[in-house]
Structures are given as structure tokens and as C-alpha cells.
Unconditional design. Structure first.
Lengths: 468, 515
């Protein structure tokens, strides 16, 4: 790597010496160092930092591509991983729109008159999330599902004045950990509600035991972390509301073309992960946290994050869009704000808006059907293999399901190693997360997994287990 | 003359026709359908969706056109100057977009076996090292999704540190200057601290006397940005660090204003224990109309054990994710960070190199001082807080005089600048400057564009405001839409935060409340 002739760096127009001279003359200085004269000498770096020399654009591109070539992706082998970050197809139009410079390189729309495009697109994102989830209000994004849940719990505590949140025992462990980290400083206690060993469904008896007048919110996930559909949603709603607690539901929105939306079963707050709606996995980020609630002033006023609203021009001649309810936010309310969130995942929300608009109601239904078909086919096929139990629970599964290998005598780790040798990536090892489920993996099948890939997985597993 | 596109684009719900399709997802193969049977039978009756979601129904071309029209009614840093103070809106190199759109990143699951993700782990690991070197910190964590998220992590680390020392009950206060970004007090409050505000002195720096008066055994730490939001270097940072550390507190660096210090001064060397970096500011990644950004946090050796899990570790041969950190605070989000954003930052650092990053800092300061020097003579504008002192990345003018003399406010100036096809500066911030115009040109714009901004601002203040204030008061006119009624958007009677809420409000009264 050679030092570039950096007389003028392409990203720094005024690095041209003649221009610098002109500007310094105008300021009345001879050297840029004079502008740093108030910085104590002891802090000025005396020697260059230990950083690489500049590379040309071509060199940078080659360098990064070479490093990335060490990765193996879905394009190289079938991968059956989900667990909160899912592989889905991203239509070409989505990619095209999010690369539009006017969207990509804009800041938060502080000046609405020159930012109507972004504001309208975000309003449409909010509106479509509302249609999909059956809620009335959505903000224009949180960082991800885990942090959205943390914020939702704090929001519920503020609304109810209570300090306890009930969550299911079957929950993504990273999400539960994030929730705990968000809740601890606010003095919110988290209690876990058990599940039925046969079906995996929430143990209503345990819920009734644990819920009280101290409960700020009851949280469920649908589909659950382990992929099954939670069917007692109305019973949970009734328990929560009878005790004056809020009902928070976490969703994978790809299920909502076929599964009942939380707005239908009286959810007060909906959180979830909208990454699968038009966003790539990117090794886990950026993601797109959903945050929606009912049209209830108490809830809306406590909602965190940016919300775009409809308004009119001052002269009343036209409708338009701007940020609404900014008095909840940090730049106005400072330490009394509902959250410190400022930058969010706006461009990912645009991607999701384009995605939902492309699919429409029919597309969302077809997507859900394809996923449930393929996942259930995979489950059926794997369960036929000697030594395999798939799924562990008897409930209906959407796109993820548990596969237990206890009877095979092999560990998930060992099986995944052998699968990888055959150019297949197995499911997520959850034997440490849920020791009570034994040697179990969490498999994910979406619309992008073909039948032949699923068949290949089954054949490979059969081979591996036959050789044990 | 600038004229922004105005397509009068309807809401997407008012476009298309029932039955039209924009995209058809893959169908399950016939054998699968045969094998699984009726899909409806799989889903318990009570859990089936009965009413279709009322999503729009458009052809692919209509969707493309709709969002293309919307994009044309927006303004990005590629459109022109974007001197939003404290936001560091610099050029976003296009090769970084190419790299961030490669399948080798896009289609990686975070849970893949480590052997299949060595490339991305190496990039993230190396980026941590580069950022540690740049900030002068011991270890960097890439997990936070944005600057404010980094602040939240930073304040949680303070909490963990004091708890570790058995002082969590006692140390309940975080000190911030009155010029602080709103996120500082908000983050401190989120982490359970009380916020104590210290005023600035006549020089625009934190008042040492006032600081000494509030520091106590209750002090958990101090959050400060340096240069501060006036663009002024906190000259007493040495003393501030000493006071806080002697009181047993920690020093937090808000990295929003790191740009002018790159390869010149390091927060770690100034005594900061915790530093966050706004990747989407300092390291040139696109802000996407509000995100995604990334807010890595660097810490001193003493605090490293509290960082969130997992940490990326390298044994000389292989990179791996280490969850075995008994003192870790846990996690503040799912997975490891906004990887696609971080990847762009890695490429950005390589493109500039050690000398280029220094050039970034110096030219950003040159540009800010150049604009400041020129604007100092503009009638109606004043430069509060020691107008002779050089600024760093930004300068803050006050339109107080102009408002008194002509009725034209900072807001009016901002709206009028839009008519010239220029994005206005940040206004009404920092709070300690009346009618503030906070200008951060960054290193990314050429002198000619800075001059265009100066010419426009001078014309607005000197000619228009004094001779024809109506034109400023009624601005903007050349944007997609004239001035919006922002109060209406939050008023209970008219508040519509979604299409369905809008329809509900329309249906309630006999007349359209929006018109």
C-alpha cells in the first residue's frame, strides 16, 4: 500500500493548497495550527497515530472484498438460522429506492418543507405497520425488537405507575437480557411465566399466580421465540386488563398476512422486528424495531421515538407532514424525555414501507402461506428421521421450529459440525439456553429455502445419524 | 433559481387498484403443498387472520414511481450544503455503498458458525482497533445503534463501575454543562441518574467555579463534548478531569463533535474514561433520513470488563465471539451492532488514512472559521461568547439583533435559506444562545458552496430582512410545500399519526379538520 499523492483528497475539496491559502488569508492566519492555539500543548498529538496510510478507492474495494470473501453466506450454502434475524428475499425495487441519494444522504427531517418526501414515506411506513398489526399509532422506528421491548416496558411502567413486568419463559435470551438492562435503572422487576411442557403455550395458571395489582405489563411473543403460534392471546389479554396491566405483544410481521394481528386481541403496545420486511440480515444489523400502540392519549404521550404526523400548510391550502409530539423528545424535554432516542432506523423503515407496498394484502398472505408450508414440510420430513424429534412442542409452528436430537446420542454441536462439512448450516444450538429441552436446535425455513435444499438437509441428517 | 420538485404525490393508500400486484413471493413447491395439506387447517381457527390488512395494491412500476417521486421531494447532502450544527453532515463516499451492498455482508446471519464469518469478524475487530487508536481508549464496543444509544451504554457503564465499587446508592448524579446536547441529560436519566446542570462562563466554556460547587460524593460522572456545542474547545478540560476524578467520578466524552480533533487530539489523552463515536457523523456514513447510524463506545482499561457481550477476540489465528464476561452489563440490543454501517466506516478510514483523517479535522475547522470570519460582518447577526476566539468544527451566531430590528427570527432565516436551495443550520440550539444559528460546514464542501451560503445569508439578513421582511417571514416558497403548521400535527383535535387515524378524524366531524 503506497501513500497517495494527497495534494487534494477527493472527499475534501478545500484540501487543495491554493484554496487553503485563500481561506487562511481571509481569516487572517498563516497556518491552520493557529486555529488550534487554544488547545493545550500537552494534548496535541506529537507523532502520527498508528493508523494505515490512505488507499485508493480501488485498493479499498479490493481489500474489503478480499476480507469478505472469507465469509460463507446463504448464496454459498443453505443456512437454517433465524432466531431474531431472518433470511428473506429483498425485492429489487426496495434496493433501488433506499439507494436514492435524496433519501440515503438526508438528515432527520428537521426542516419539513424541504423533506416532504422522507416524511411522507415514513408516515406511510407508520400507517402500513398499523394496518399490519391492527394498531392505531406507530412510531417511525426503534433500533430493533430487543431495545423496543426495553422501551415498551419502561413506557408501560410510566403509564401505569407500576414496576413489574411479566414475560414468558420462552423468549429470545438476548431480548430478555436487553430488557433487563433497560429495566434495571428504572427499578422495574421482571418475572418469567412458565409454559406448558406439551404445547409450549404460556402456562395460564402460572400467569394468574404471578399477575397482580403491581403488574405494569404482560408481554407475549407471537410467534414465540421457538416458532410456535401462541393461541391463548385472548385469555392473556383478559388477565392483563382485569389487573389493570398493559398488554404488550411482540411480533414477526411476516406472520401477519395469515395470523391474527395483535390489534385484534386487545394489545395495548406492539413491538417486533421489521427487518424481514425488506431489509437484509447484515450479520445482525441494522435492524428495525417496531413500536405501535392504541389511539389512547396516555399511551401516545409516553411513546418513545420519532413520530411523523399529518398537518397542513400554515395557509391551509395543502396537507403535508412533519414530526409530531416533539415535546416528548430529548432535544426539548431533556432529562424528562420519554427516551433518549434520537437517530433511529429511518432508512430501514423506508425499505419496509416499499416492501409492504409491493406485497400488498395478497402478497403478505402468500408470503405467510409459503413460509408456513415450507417450515411445516421441513418439520414433517425431519421428524421422520430416526433419533430426531421435530418439533418439540405440539403447537402450530410458523417459520421456526425446534429439532431435538436426544435420542440420537449426538449433540447439536456435533451434528452442526458434520452438517457444515456437507456444506449445510444447521439450526441454532439452544441446548444451553433451554437446558430442559435437551439437545435441541432452532431451525428456520422461509420462502427462500427451496424444497431441494430442505430435502438435502433431511438426507444429510439421516446420513449423519445413521453413522452414529 | 432553486425549485424543489412538487409531484403532489397522493398518499400511497389512495393509489392503485384492488387486485394489482407489485411483487409475488415464491410459492411453495407442489409436492410441499401436497405433503402439508391445507394451510388453513394448520392454524388454529381463532388465530387465523380474518380481515386482510388494508395495504395498498399497486403494480411494481407504480410503487417505484411513487417512492421515486417522494425521493425527489427530499434534500440530502448530495443535493448541497447541509450545515446542521452538531450533525456533521459530510459527504458519504459511494464506494462504501457498493461494499455495504455486497451479498457477502447482506446475507450473513449473526448466528453462523464462527468459521464461516471470519471475514466480517476480522473487519469488525480491526475497526475496533482503529477506533481505539483514534479515540485513545483501551477497548471499543461496536454494539450501540446510534450516538444516543452509545450514551445510554456509557451511563450504564458508570452505573456498573460504581456498583462494583459499592457506591451505586451514593453516586446518583451526573453533571452536564448547560450547552450539552439534549441526549446527555436524557441518557443520564434513562440510566437512573439525577442530572445536575453547570452553567457556561463568558468564554463559552464550563464554569470551573460552578463545577466545583456541584461536585460531591454523589457525583457519578460528567458528560461533556469537546469542542463544545459552541464550537469552542473546553480549555479547562485538564482541570475539569482532575476535579471529576478526584471526586471519584468518571468523565464521559460525547463524540458528536469529534470531527475537528481527528488525529490531532484524543479524548483518551484528555482524561476521558468513556467515549462514544457517532459513526454517521465523523466517519462519513449516510444518515438515511434519521438512521441507521452507529455509536461505538470506547473505554479505559478499568471499565473494559463491564462492556456488553459478546466481545470479538482474536487468538492470532481465529476470530471468535466471547460471551464469557462475568462483569458485563449484558446487552443493549440484539446481536453485535449496525454491521452494514460499521463496514462503511472501516472503508472510510482506509480511504483517508492517517494523514487524510488529520486533513479532515483541519479543513473542517478551516471551513468553520472561514464562514465565521465572513459572517461576522453581517448586519443583524452577532457571535456570542468571545468572538475573537477561534472555533473548531462549528460556530454559533445569534439573530437576536435582527429579530429585534426587523422581526425576522432564526426560524425565518432558516426557512428563507431553503428558498435558496440551501439546508439551514441547526436553529435554537445550544439553548444558551438566543435565536441561535449553529453552523457546521464540515470538510466536505468546497469554498464556492460556502461562499454561496454566505451570500445567501448576507442577502437575507441585510437586504431582505431590513427592506422586505415579508419575503423572509413568508418563506419558504420554492420548496415542495410552503410553511407547515407544526402545532396542528400535535393538537389532539387534528393529530393524525397514521392513515387510519386520519380517516377516523375525517369521519368524526362534518368538515375536514385539516383544511
Amino acid at each position: 500500500m503506497k501513500t497517495l499523492n494527497r495534494r487534494a483528497h477527493p472527499y475534501i475539496p478545500n484540501s487543495l493548497p491554493e484554496v487553503k491559502e485563500e481561506m487562511m488569508r481571509e481569516i487572517g492566519i498563516k497556518n491552520i495550527e493557529e486555529l488550534y492555539s487554544d488547545v493545550p500543548q500537552k494534548y496535541r498529538l506529537k507523532k502520527p497515530l498508528n493508523l494505515p496510510e490512505a488507499m485508493s478507492e480501488y485498493e479499498v474495494k479490493r481489500h474489503v472484498e478480499t476480507l469478505l470473501s472469507k465469509n460463507k453466506t446463504y448464496a454459498d450454502m443453505p443456512i437454517f438460522l433465524g432466531a431474531g434475524c431472518w433470511p428473506h428475499y429483498v425485492p429489487a425495487v426496495v434496493r433501488e429506492i433506499v439507494q436514492r441519494s435524496e433519501f440515503l444522504t438526508s438528515y432527520t427531517s428537521y426542516q419539513p418543507e424541504i423533506s416532504q418526501g422522507m416524511l411522507q414515506a415514513l408516515f406511510e411506513y407508520q400507517s402500513m405497520i398499523c394496518e399490519l398489526t391492527g394498531m392505531d399509532v406507530a412510531n417511525c422506528s426503534m433500533y430493533d425488537w430487543a431495545s423496543a421491548l426495553g422501551e415498551a416496558a419502561r413506557m408501560a411502567a410510566r403509564v401505569t405507575g407500576r414496576k413489574e413486568v411479566l414475560i414468558p419463559k420462552i423468549i429470545h435470551p438476548e431480548r430478555a437480557l436487553t430488557l433487563q438492562v433497560y429495566c434495571e435503572p428504572a427499578g422495574i422487576d421482571i418475572k418469567k411465566v412458565g409454559y406448558d411442557g406439551e404445547t409450549g403455550q404460556l402456562d395460564l395458571g402460572d400467569l394468574r399466580k404471578k399477575i397482580s395489582r403491581e403488574t405494569a405489563a404482560v408481554f407475549i411473543e407471537n410467534p414465540s421465540y421457538l416458532g410456535f403460534i401462541e393461541a391463548q392471546v385472548d385469555e392473556v389479554a383478559q388477565e392483563a386488563h382485569t389487573h389493570g396491566a398493559l398488554y404488550i405483544v411482540g411480533v414477526d410481521p411476516t406472520s401477519l398476512g395469515v395470523i391474527r394481528p395483535p390489534g385484534d386481541y386487545a394489545a395495548d403496545i406492539v413491538v417486533g422486528e421489521a427487518q424481514p420486511l425488506g431489509n437484509f440480515m447484515n450479520f445482525g444489523g441494522p435492524l428495525l424495531g417496531i413500536m405501535a400502540c392504541r389511539d389512547d392519549t396516555d399511551l401516545i404521550r409516553q411513546m418513545p421515538g420519532r413520530i411523523i404526523g399529518m398537518t397542513t400548510t400554515v395557509d391551509g391550502s395543502r396537507e403535508g407532514f412533519c414530526m409530531a409530539l416533539q415535546t416528548r423528545e430529548q432535544h426539548i424535554r431533556r432529562e424528562k424525555a420519554t427516551s433518549n432516542i434520537c437517530s433511529n432506523e429511518a432508512l430501514c423503515a423506508i425499505a419496509s414501507a416499499v416492501y409492504m407496498a409491493l406485497l400488498g394484502p395478497e402478497g403478505m398472505r402468500e408470503l405467510g402461506e409459503t413460509i408456513i408450508y415450507k417450515a411445516n414440510y421441513a418439520m414433517k420430513l425431519l421428524s421422520k428421521i430416526d433419533g430426531v424429534k421435530a418439533p418439540v412442542f405440539s403447537s402450530t409452528h410458523f417459520k421456526e421450529f425446534t429439532v431435538n436430537f436426544d435420542e440420537s446420542g449426538l449433540s447439536v454441536k456435533e451434528i452442526n459440525k458434520r452438517l457444515l462439512r456437507r456444506q449445510i448450516h444447521g439450526g441454532k444450538d439452544i441446548s444451553k439456553e433451554f437446558p430442559e429441552l435437551g439437545e435441541t436446535a432452532l431451525y428456520c425455513v422461509t420462502e427462500i429455502h427451496s424444497k431441494s435444499e430442505i430435502d438435502r438437509l433431511a438426507e444429510a441428517l439421516e446420513e449423519i445419524l445413521a453413522k452414529r | 433559481m432553486f425549485r424543489q420538485a412538487n409531484w403532489n404525490e397522493p398518499l400511497i393508500f389512495n393509489l392503485g387498484r384492488s387486485g394489482r400486484r407489485g411483487h409475488i413471493p415464491p410459492k411453495a413447491e407442489e409436492e410441499i403443498v401436497k405433503s402439508v395439506g391445507d394451510v388453513d387447517a394448520l392454524i388454529p381457527e381463532k388465530m387465523r387472520r380474518k380481515n386482510k390488512p388494508r395495504l395498498p395494491e399497486l403494480s411494481e412500476a407504480e410503487v417505484m414511481r411513487h417512492f421515486l417521486h417522494l425521493s425527489e421531494m427530499n434534500y440530502g447532502v448530495d443535493s448541497g450544503l447541509y450545515p446542521l450544527g452538531s450533525c456533521t453532515m459530510k459527504y458519504n463516499p459511494k464506494v462504501n455503498e457498493t461494499l455495504a451492498n455486497l451479498e457477502k455482508v447482506n446475507m450473513l446471519s449473526p448466528y453462523q458458525e464462527e468459521s464461516t464469518v471470519q471475514g466480517i469478524l476480522e473487519i469488525l475487530y480491526k475497526l475496533e482497533q482503529l477506533l481505539a487508536e483514534i479515540t485513545g481508549t483501551h477497548e471499543v464496543c461496536l454494539q450501540p445503534a446510534a450516538g444516543a444509544h452509545g450514551e445510554f451504554l456509557g451511563t450504564l457503564l458508570m452505573r456498573a463501575y460504581h456498583k462494583f465499587n459499592g457506591e451505586s446508592e451514593k453516586r446518583c448524579e451526573i453533571i452536564v454543562p448547560d450547552s450539552a446536547h439534549g441526549t446527555n441529560p436524557a441518557s443520564a436519566a434513562m440510566a437512573g441518574f439525577n442530572v445536575v446542570v453547570v452553567p457556561s462562563d463568558d468564554d463559552g466554556c464550563m464554569s470551573l467555579g460552578a463545577l466545583k460547587a456541584v461536585v460531591s460524593e454523589r457525583t457519578a460522572g460528567l458528560m461533556i463534548t469537546n469542542p463544545n456545542t459552541l464550537g469552542i474547545f473546553e480549555r479547562n478540560i485538564d482541570e475539569i478531569a482532575r476535579i471529576i476524578h478526584e471526586a471519584g467520578g468518571l468523565l464521559y466524552y460525547d463524540g458528536a463533535n469529534l470531527n475537528p480533533l481527528l488525529c490531532k487530539v484524543r479524548p483518551g489523552d484528555m482524561g476521558f474514561d468513556i467515549v462514544h463515536i457517532n459513526i454517521h457523523k465523523t466517519f462519513g456514513t449516510p444518515h438515511g433520513g434519521g438512521g441507521p447510524g452507529a455509536g461505538p463506545v470506547g473505554v479505559s482499561e478499568e471499565l473494559a470488563k463491564f462492556l456488553p457481550v459478546p466481545r470479538i477476540v482474536f487468538d492470532g489465528k481465529k476470530y471468535r465471539l466471547d460471551y464469557d464476561r462475568p462483569y458485563s452489563i449484558g446487552k443493549i440490543r440484539g446481536f453485535y451492532g449496525n454491521v452494514a454501517v460499521l463496514l462503511r466506516a472501516y472503508a472510510y478510514i482506509l480511504s483517508l488514512g492517517v494523514e487524510g483523517l488529520k486533513e479532515v479535522a483541519e479543513v473542517s475547522v478551516l471551513n468553520a472559521n472561514y464562514l465565521m470570519k465572513r459572517l461576522k460582518g453581517v448586519r443583524g447577526l452577532t457571535l456570542p461568547y468571545n468572538s475573537e476566539k477561534p472555533r473548531k468544527h462549528e460556530c454559533v451566531f445569534s439573530a437576536k439583533t435582527l429579530k429585534r430590528e426587523t422581526g425576522v427570527s432564526a426560524l425565518n432565516i432558516a426557512k428563507r435559506l431553503l428558498d435558496y436551495g440551501l439546508h439551514p443550520p441547526t436553529i435554537y440550539f445550544p439553548l444558551i444562545v438566543e435565536e441561535a444559528l449553529m453552523i457546521e460546514p464540515t470538510e466536505a464542501f468546497e469554498k464556492e458552496e460556502l461562499d454561496r451560503f454566505y451570500d445567501a445569508l448576507k442577502k437575507i439578513c441585510e437586504e431582505e430582512a431590513y427592506n422586505n421582511p415579508e419575503i423572509v417571514l413568508n418563506a419558504p416558497r420554492n420548496t415542495t410545500i410552503p410553511r407547515l403548521d407544526e402545532v396542528k400535527a400535535s393538537h389532539p383535535r387534528t393529530m393524525a399519526l397514521s392513515w387510519r387515524m386520519y380517516l377516523k378524524k375525517l369521519g368524526r366531524g362534518s368538515s375536514n379538520p385539516y383544511m
